[in-house]
Design a protein around this ligand. Structure first.
Ligand SMILES: Cc1ncc(COP(=O)(O)O)c(C=O)c1O
Length: 362
């Protein structure tokens, strides 16, 4: 196959075409390096410039102050579930917002390292909504409050930053990182697996308020110690240099081509509306999982009348070049992941396909 599909996969996910084209151009010989970026030492000036650009682009996009640092860690977001607890829970108690499948995994990852309290759970509602701040049962002694800003599988997203004040807020932003303006001052720690909105898989971007580093206990394994990563500028081990290079290109694309996070957010809202309108105007042929107020701009999860019909929908969509629409194996149904890099034309093509499929099968 030589033509590219519109790829609605939840992750690894579609990357901006100009980024892939640039990577293709640089693949054999990165300018000035005489070799691919994958073939040179992570200690060379060339790679250090790549690392610096990735960090400074993210800093500029988020308008971050020098109170924060940016780390690139191995192990993706799942590693962060445990790593943040080893560093900051460490036998104490923390509050978790149990808002979906990834929050469940964050809780599991942290549990061996202290007391993990559920300050709220959406399990009884099948994770189709999110809590208001006054529904949270917060422990004044909690070491931190952890939440998932966008639940990738259920397709629910906090539409604004949490108003939980006076607490160190930790956020798994894996599936909506850099998709909208974010006030980093509200967060103590925010992390994201790279493979949805910012690059290839296997690395997490971690943004940490630097004063937290003083709380890191002695004696952690070095690669699981934020202080070691910070002191070594994410180069304690050989990091995934190619991933950091792509993160640099994606963040440059966001800054220079898209024009920043306000603009990205406007595009993302417009894209999501195309699909939610198709669902809402279908007289029940398509049923969204999330209650409307909590709908994600990144992952649109929906069902059709039967599993058989869903199978046909996915097969025919794939044949039409609309790929990756199968819902997560844990919940079934369909899911369209429409991260930053999914062009509006792709979403429009899916919305048109949904209408046509309904006209024929409805
Ligand atoms: C919200 C969220 N958190 C965490 C993860 C896990 O990330 P990783 O596979 O990078 O460990 C994912 C998806 O993969 C996710 O969607």
């Amino acid at each position: 196959m030589s033509t590219r599909n519109f790829n609605f996969s939840a992750g690894p996910a579609t990357l901006p075409l100009p980024v892939l084209e640039q990577a293709k151009e640089d693949f054999l010989c990165y300018p000035g390096a005489g070799a691919s970026i994958m073939e040179i030492s992570h200690r060379t000036k060339t790679f250090l410039n790549v690392l610096d650009e990735a960090k400074s682009n993210i800093k500029e996009l988020l308008g971050m102050s020098d109170d924060y640092c940016i780390l690139f860690t191995p192990g993706g977001a799942t590693m962060q579930f445990t790593m943040l607890a080893m560093n900051f829970l460490n036998g104490a108690s923390a509050d978790y917002l149990h808002v979906g499948t990834w929050a469940t995994k964050a809780i599991q990852g942290a549990s061996p390292h202290g007391t993990v309290r559920k300050a709220w759970s959406g399990k009884e509602d099948n994770f189709n909504r999110l809590p208001a701040d006054d529904e949270l049962d917060l422990d004044p002694q909690a070491a931190y409050v952890h939440f998932t800003s966008n639940e990738t599988i259920q397709g629910i997203q906090f539409s604004r930053e949490s108003q939980v004040n006076g607490k160190d807020l930790f956020c798994d932003a894996s599936s909506d990182f850099l998709s909208r303006p974010t006030d980093m001052n509200k967060y103590a720690l925010l992390y994201a697996g790279a493979q949805k909105n910012i690059g290839p898989s296997g690395t997490a971007v971690v943004i940490l308020r630097k004063d937290l580093l003083e709380r890191v206990p002695e004696g952690l394994p070095p690669l699981l110690d934020y202080k070691v990563l910070y002191d070594n500028d994410s180069l304690y081990n050989t990091p995934s240099t190619f991933t950091i290079y792509i993160i640099g290109l994606v963040s440059r694309w966001l800054l220079k081509t898209v024009g920043g996070l306000e603009k990205m957010h406007a595009i993302n809202k417009n894209k999501a509306a195309l699909l939610y309108d198709a669902i809402d105007n279908s007289q029940g042929f398509y049923k969204g999982h999330a209650l409307p107020e909590y709908r994600s701009l990144m992952n649109v999860a929906f069902r059709l009348g039967s599993e058989e019909l869903e199978g046909k929908f996915i097969a025919e969509a794939t044949a039409a070049g609309l790929d990756g629409l199968k819902g997560h194996r844990s919940v079934g149904g369909c899911r369209a992941s429409i991260y930053n890099a999914m062009p509006t034309e792709g979403v429009q093509a899916l919305a048109d396909f949904m209408k046509e499929f309904q006209r024929v099968k409805g």
